[in-house]
Design a protein around this ligand. Sequence first.
Ligand code: PRP
Ligand code: MN
Ligand code: MG
Length: 180
Amino acid sequence: PHRPYVIDEMISAKAIAARIEALAREIRAEFFDTDKLVVVGLLRGSFVFIADLVRELDMPVEVDFLEASSYGDATESSREVRILKDIRGQIEGRDVLVVEDIVDTGFTLEHVLHVLESRGPRKLRTIALLDKPSRREADIRADWVGFEIPDAFVVGYGIDFAQRNRNLPYIGKVRFTGET
Ligand code: PRP
Ligand code: MN
Ligand code: MG
């Protein structure tokens, strides 16, 4: 169904791990007075990143998940973000870190923040492994970004192309092959 493609490595597993170590130190400093941080991963793309990130966070955390989908299997943002699965925990008065794999147009993160903010957290922060600022349409930026990348079609480390390639241990760039 899809045009054939190959994946060129863009960010190695080693580079990702090193960056997460540094990010974890900054997060630890930001939440130094938090007794239990609520870490909310946005499904499905953030599942690998959140797993590695929380294991570098030397502090008590509660792990929760929220699914907000705009793309589905499409390659273009629908701009209509819906909450498909809400978090399980209460966040009123709590310190919350939203974990996203990639911020593209920004519509997903903008909508999720709007929804969570309305529940009265004490502190609400965001981290994204990847940021594609050239594609931004919503006026939003994650508080911490792992890597700023150009407008390439990326997969791996949780990120899919039509539900494939999430299990690659590195971030790769899709390159279409064959007839053009
Ligand atoms: C992808 C990605 C981000 C979002 C970024 O999720 O994981 O969550 O799109 O795009 P945006 O900034 O333009 O909103 P997707 O909706 O494909 O769901 P998935 O995480 O289950 O793959
Ligand atoms: Mn996602
Ligand atoms: Mg997707």
